[in-house]
Design a protein around this ligand. Structure first.
Ligand code: HEM
Length: 533
């Protein structure tokens, strides 16, 4: 017994141990894979009737940060005009066809008009406010109604002279900065200040007369940081809830940005209040409306700061971005510029530059603006919509709480709608006499000019103001200058800055006055400070 038992034990040990070790490792691997697989591979959901979610890439992604629009366009070619992609635990459905965009975002707007409460953008920076990040609820309706009072076409007439004046100052400041056309300049700061001043006027009934004013710098810096932090596909922390407990740099930057917004815009609201308390007849502006209706509308301090911030965060780099893309494009298309100059000279001559009313008589300039916005929309991945009910579309299941992205880069480069889509061809819009706002209401989605302002109930509420800003700046730049890139300096149209709204990377241009009337006209107006900021 004494001899046998150890022998049996040792033979068992020698024959069974490797087997059990193998089985154990197989089991452990299977267990690990059962945890890891769902993290790596897509989940193919079905509804109770067996409708599958739209097809899409087999892997899950943590983020898409570098040129996400290219991946979305490439996937749309592989998986079709309605495909799905998993970002961490979040299902995204990507719309790359205008008919589908209309069916879902417009015709079924009651289901597809909410916003995902992104951890970085909605929860940390904007705290569910600022219109753009508010879920589809009564607060959104109320805040959007208040904002629309300042952004509708009738309201815009009230400050039309200010928009006109700011366009004058834009051209004038660039003219002097170039030493009357002799030196190249970086246009970005001037253009951003133009957009900022328009927003300061509408929001706070004020403007800034300096390009280096500390407040201008701070407001612009906040807007840049906002663009950098709020891409809809940028942060893994937005798609994997567990990461929200880790103190990441993105979370820290988002908290700082929230505090910065509250500080800067809070201080600016208090200045308007001080003016009103001192008996000044402050012109109509968003903050005046907020202060006068605060009790009746039950707005708390954070609502007020975030509403004031909405116009500046949403309205500076979107508009200035388009003007910068215009300058970049036009400087490398002399034939387009020559045709624009010929139209301006033929219709207006050289004694007066374009005003808002002239837009109907200058179809080629209008076409240039539409083409810039098509070819270089500031948002390639616009603020996504979010579904609030299960829905089946063409046999495909879109569950409640799905994020929907309008794949603007693919839509704006659709061969059928825009032949030769990567070429800059303003003439494709000749014959389109509608404004973007009018065009967005057309019944046939294929007839719409472009989709840069979004779609449905969340469509950009500032579409009228933005169009007017673009018209005044671009038509006057063309009237006044011959626009070129400096010799031996090419302007890149490839890269860009910003994860949500995109602006071109810094470049220089030369602005040579086209005739003597430029100086006479520009000297007619002195820059004023309506209020010391
Ligand atoms: C060329 C200029 C502009 C472009 C291309 C643009 C584009 C957009 C887009 C694509 C959206 C999302 C629409 C959607 O969800 O379907 C949007 C929303 C918004 N935009 Fe603009 N925008 C521009 C200028 C402005 C300006 C000047 C302001 C400031 C007054 C502004 C304020 C907003 C706000 C507050 C929203 C959120 C609307 C909501 O969620 O209900 N935008 N914009």
């Amino acid at each position: 017994m004494v001899n046998v038992i150890p022998k049996m034990g040792s033979s068992t040990l020698h024959s069974i141990t490797p087997l059990s070790a193998l089985m154990l490792s197989v089991l452990l691997t299977a267990l690990a894979l059962s945890f890891v697989f769902p993290l790596i591979f897509r989940r193919n959901l079905e509804d109770s009737d067996g409708h599958p979610i739209p097809p899409g890439p087999p892997l899950r992604y943590l983020y898409l940060r570098r040129r996400p629009e290219r991946a979305l366009r490439a996937w749309s070619m592989t998986y079709g005009p309605l495909f799905s992609v998993w970002m961490g635990n979040q299902l995204f459905v990507i719309i790359s066809d205008v008919g589908i965009a209309k069916d879902l975002l417009v015709s079924n707007g009651a289901i597809f008009s909410s916003r995902k409460q992104y951890f970085i953008k909605s929860q940390t920076i904007l705290r569910g406010r600022s219109i753009t990040s508010t879920a589809y609820n009564d607060t959104w309706r109320q805040h959007r109604r208040i904002a629309s009072q300042l952004l509708n076409p009738k309201a815009i007439q009230g400050y039309a002279s200010v928009l006109d004046y700011e366009a004058h100052i834009l051209i004038r400041s660039m003219y002097y900065e170039t030493a009357m056309g002799k030196l190249p300049i970086y246009p970005a700061h001037f253009v951003a200040r133009y957009a900022l001043n328009n927003m300061l006027t509408i929001t706070f009934a004020t403007r800034t007369d300096s390009t280096t004013d500390p407040l201008t710098e701070r407001a612009l810096a906040l807007a840049i940081e906002f663009n950098d932090l709020t891409g809809p596909l940028t942060h893994s922390v937005d798609f994997i809830e567990l990461l929200q407990y880790i103190p990441t740099t993105a979370r820290l930057r988002a908290r700082r940005l929230h505090d910065g917004i509250m500080d800067v815009y809070g201080a600016m609201i208090m200045r308007v209040k001080a003016r009103m308390d001192a008996g000044e007849d402050v012109p109509d502006c968003l903050v005046k409306t907020l202060l006068l209706t605060q009790e009746q509308e039950k707005l708390d301090w954070e609502d007020m700061c975030m509403l004031a911030a909405a116009f500046n965060l949403g309205g500076i780099h979107s508009t200035s971005g388009v003007i910068l893309w215009f300058l970049a494009l036009i400087s490398s298309h002399p034939e387009v510029q020559a045709r624009a100059h010929a139209e301006l000279d033929g219709v207006l001559g050289r004694d007066a530059w374009p005003s808002e009313e002239d837009s109907q008589h200058l179809p080629y300039i209008r076409a240039i603006i539409k083409e810039v916005v098509r070819a270089h929309a500031p948002f390639w991945t616009p603020p996504p919509h979010f579904s609030t009910e299960d829905f089946v579309y063409n046999g495909m299941y879109i569950p409640k709480n799905t994020v929907l992205i309008l794949n603007l880069y693919a839509i704006h480069h659709n061969e059928e709608k825009y032949p030769d889509p990567f070429a800059f061809k303003p003439e494709r819009f000749l014959g389109d006499s509608l404004t973007c706002a009018e065009s967005s209401k057309l019944t046939n989605p294929m007839d719409r000019d472009h989709w840069a302002f979004g779609a449905g109930r969340r469509i950009c509420p500032a579409i009228h103001v933005a169009e007017r800003e673009l018209w005044l700046a671009i038509s006057r730049l063309l009237w006044a200058f011959d626009i070129r890139s400096p010799p031996d300096e090419s302007i890149s149209l490839e890269g860009y800055n910003g994860q949500s709204s995109r602006t071109p990377q810094p470049y220089r241009i030369t602005l040579t006055p086209r005739h003597d009337r430029v100086q006479t006209l520009l000297e007619a107006e002195e820059e004023v400070t309506l209020m010391k900021l």
